[in-house]
Design a protein around this ligand. Sequence first.
Ligand code: URA
Length: 210
Amino acid sequence: MTDNLTVVTHPLIQHKLTLMRDVGTASAVFRQLLREISMLLAYEVLRDLPTTTKTIHTPLAEMSAPILEGRKLVFVSILRAGNGLLDGMLDLVPSARVGHIGLYRDPKTLQPVEYYLKLPEYMNERTCIAVDPMLATSNSASAALNRLKEAGARDIKFVCLLAAPEGVEALTTAHPDVQIYTAALDECLNDHGYIVPGLGDAGDRMYGTK
Ligand code: URA
């Protein structure tokens, strides 16, 4: 569709995503699956992460061995559903810094309303991974990426679980410098801005709300 989009088609991800989509899947299972998928997505998203070297001693020899430049990475969760993707990524890279952007979608206008922002220092020096499970209209994602750029971020990737073609196109137009990673590209948005076939409201499914 566009070079800015990477669909991670690993069979493990697709299997777990099918279980998540099923309306009968309970919240606890849904959260666990999202955590597992986010680890698998992170493997792909972070493949170019910068490393440095450290001198260590194995039982046999001294060696200069690669380690992550942990302080260079920041995960930014777009609240509230972003936390579901954040958890798995933090499991993999516990030393990463974490930022939060609180945005909710006004149900009438579908426009994002910001209610919280907390980011670490030196955003301009970090690889920034913004996470939100559903890339629908892209209004929230685009507003979040604007905020990150205002804070100085230059190296940004956006990770979601499901994307609508409309959202990918709009986000790519607004932020052509940002690579988008998703587990699936669905068919379309419905009149309420929900992804079809999708999985419903990700936050509600995670936390058992309506
Ligand atoms: N947000 C969701 O949680 N689900 C959608 O389908 C679209 C936006």
